[in-house]
Each structure stands twice: as C-alpha cells, then as structure tokens.
Design a protein around this ligand. Sequence first.
Ligand code: NAP
Ligand code: MG
Length: 500
Amino acid sequence: MAEPSVAVSKPSGSSTKSTARSVATETRLFIDGEFVDAMSGKTFSTINPATEEIIAEVAEADAADVDAAVAAARRAFEGEWSRMRARDRGRLLQRLAELIDEHRDEFARLESMDNGKPITETRAVDVPGAVEIFSYYAGWADKVVGETIPTNDDVFTYTLREPHGVCGQIIPWNFPLLMASWKLAPALCCGNTCVLKPAEQTPLTALRLAELVREAGFPKGVVNVLPGFGPTAGGALVRHRDVNKIAFTGSTEVGRLIQREAAGTLKSVSLELGGKSPNVVFADADIDAAVQGAVRGIYFNQGEVCRAGSRLLVEEKVHDRFVDALAGHARTLRVGDPLDESTQMGAQVSEEQFEKILAYVERGRNEGAKVVTGGARARNKGYFIQPTIFDDVTNDMTIAREEIFGPVVATLTFRDIEEAIGVGNDTSYGLAAAVWTRDIKKAHRAARALKAGTVWVNTYNAFDAAVPFGGYKDSGIGRECGRQALDLYTQTKSVWISLA
Ligand code: NAP
Ligand code: MG
C-alpha cells in the first residue's frame, strides 16, 4: 500500500504529522469563514477503506453547530452576498474552479484515500468534474434572468428570479467532492448561501474545498461545511426554521424521510436518490462496445454509483456470447490499492457497505441466480469485493429489485423490444437507462419508452455539467446540472406596475 501523502490537522488545531505528508487538511467545522471545533467538542473518525486505518478525527457537528452555521448563512445572505453584482459572484465561482484545478493532485489523493476509489478515476472524473461545474455555473451567474409578460395595456408585468435564501445541502459518500460541487455551484450562482453536510464516511475533500472557498474570497458565511451524522446534523438542517431549501443526494429511504421532515417548515426540497438502471443490449448492437459499456456501467467507482447499470438486459440471441465476454473482462479487472496507478477497482467505502453487498450476493444465490464470476471479497485487508456477475436472474429477485450499490450486476434476458421495455420499466426506480443497438428507430423508441431521467444510447455513465440529471419515480425530484438546476435554486416573483 502506498504511503499516504496527505496530512490532516486534528480538531483543536493541533496537526498530525507523519512521513511523506505533503498537504495539510482541516478537520474542523467551517462556519462563518472560520474553522472551529464542534461546540460539543465531539469528533469522529474517518477511515481509509483500503487499509481500514483511521485517516483523521473530524469535528462532529450537531444541532447547536447547525444553528450557528445557519445564522452565519442568514447574515451573509441578507448582507454583502445579496448586494454583490451577479457577475462578481460568477468571478468568485470561476476563481474557485481554478483553485480546485491548481490543487487537483491533492484532491485526487485525498478523495481516493477517504473513499477508496482508484486515483485514476478521481483524477479523470471527480476532480475535473468539480472544476467544470464551478466553471459552468460561473458563466450562468449573470444570466439568470426574469421576463416581461404582455398582459394589459395599463400594466407592466415582469418577473424577478430570486434565490431562496439559506440552502441546506446533504450529500453522500460516493462522489464526495463532486457532489459537494454539484450542490454548491448552482446554489451560489443564484445568490443563495449554503450549509453543506458531507457524509460521515468522506468528510475530507469538502473541508479542503471550504479552505479554497475562503482563499477564493467568498464573503464569510456564504458557504458553511458541517461534517457530522445524518440524524443529528442532517436532521437539524432539515427541520431548521431558517433554512429555506433542502437539496439531498442519497438513499431513497432517507430521501422520503427528509421530505416528510421538511414538510413541518414547508421547505423547497430536491432529491437525487437511488436507481436500478436497466442496461439493454440488443442483438444488433456493436457487442464489443456494449461489453465495454456494461463493464463501465457496473464496475466504475466499485459500483457505488446511483446510475449504475445494475440490471443488464441482454437479448436472448447474443446472451451466451455477451456474458462470456463480460466475464472475461470482469476477471481481469485489477482490484487493489486505490493509490496505485494501475488499479481499476478500489475498495468499497465502508465495512457496512462491504457487508451489505456480500449479503446481497448471498441473497442472490439463495434465490436461485447463478454467480458467473466473483461473489466474494478480494484481498484480506480492506473492503474489496470481486467484480461480480449474476446470470439467470429474474426481475422479481431481490438482486434485480433493490439497489446493491456495489460491483454486482444482475443479468436478465429478453426476446424483443416490447419485453425489454416492459422489464426495463418494471422497477420502482427511474434514474437512468441505456440501450445498445445499431437500429436508429429502435434506439429512439426505447429512449422515449424508458421511464428514466437519463437514457444513454450506445454509451454509459456519460455526464456533463450542462446536461440535466435526476430521477423519475422513486429516484428523486428535480434536476441537477444544466439550466434546470437554476430552477431548483431560485423562486419567481411577479411584479405588477400600474400604468393607469
Ligand atoms: P444515506 O443514509 O441516504 O446518506 C446520504 C446522506 O444523508 C449522508 O450525508 C447521511 O449522513 C445523510 N442522512 C442520513 N440520515 C439522515 C437523516 N435522517 N436526516 C438527514 N440526513 C440524513 O445513504 P447511506 O446510508 O450512506 O447509504 C445507503 C444506501 O444509499 C447505499 O447502499 C445506496 O444504496 C444508497 N446511496 C445512494 C446514493 C445516490 O447517489 N443516489 C449515494 C449514496 C448511497 P451520514 O452519512 O453522516 O449518516
Ligand atoms: Mg473515509
């Protein structure tokens, strides 16, 4: 295992020193432009899932800290921030994008250590994705405009697009920096202030980002970052009277809970939740490309991806050939040290997640599905799981219905497009879907018929800051990225001027 080259400072300001350390990262709460200990003085450990070793003790926010952060965000919103020129807000976002880019290697290492994902992926996806989204919304800042509406001759009617105010943002551990960025960038672009709660498993890159927020010159209180636990810190944010909007990414179960809890104070809520996305391969597809796509669809980020292609639907005629080729790829994927450049799949984020995935594998076997390859832990230490393929799956089995969030794909077969769409849509989720075919009519018909927020044709997992992303059905409410995210973070005011 490579030596970590990231240093972290302990809460209370003392810093941990060890060999080969090159970067200091804050571990305290970021409130009102300062790093502070939790009022309770409590901390929790964040671990490296590849080594099972503690990386750092991190300050643990609870309701009292949420109160302080929300008050700071409110002051910032009512003060300097809302008076700032929109274009200057954009400049700050652009500056932040540049600072992340300048520190890209450090972010990549820190993320790979805290989350367990391969460094090649943090470098190629997570960090550039964060840079892109800040840069993209930097461009929008002075273009969030209202409209004039022709009504009667004796009035002038127009709309203003105004920010909600203080936004509470709760994110998961699978793309920690990227999800923090997806939340902060559009919210700040529209003139909101933010209190962000990273997942307890992966708080470090959000805290490093907070340091750069300060360095970029954002006024104090505009961004606050509170590591802590869901039911305490997260719950306090959701129930807080002075939080105007909640944006959440995570499990459908917690999403439901959040919507219920937010009802008490009638907040605007947007939710990006789980998925069980069908990846549909027709016999007329470029099979090699489809196999590559299936590999990417399920093993990218150890399968800890809300839009993972976890239900693989293969047309009967090509099933044997396809599964053989897929298994060949799965068996040769290099699972190992996330910091090693040659690693293709890293560690699952936590012991809990690791156990949960293995329990699903057991369940799949018990329900009669066949393990083609994988199905067990990889390596003796660390939360590594072998790339796993189930065949002979039927859509009523647990492994076809529930989100496993691991490197486990369930393979089903179909005979024609009607059956493929029927089975594809037979799920409570609707986050994404993919189809592989050379037939343009089939591609468009399937794209229309699949009930999902994203449909990929002859590709998988593509995304861009400019393209809306979100779920149908139990996969969520609202769209992040693109122009659509501006709707999440603004409200419309209609103004009537009498000309009579
Ligand atoms: P989770 O509980 O939904 O966690 C997501 C975020 O919500 C975390 O920041 C979490 O805080 C917070 N949270 C939890 N309970 C809360 C509450 N009562 N009020 C407010 N915030 C709360 O997800 P998880 O337990 O980490 O993972 C469980 C499953 O969720 C996974 O196996 C996977 O199926 C799914 N998941 C989906 C996504 C996605 O992108 N759609 C991402 C991650 C996980 P703490 O982590 O500090 O408790
Ligand atoms: Mg960790």
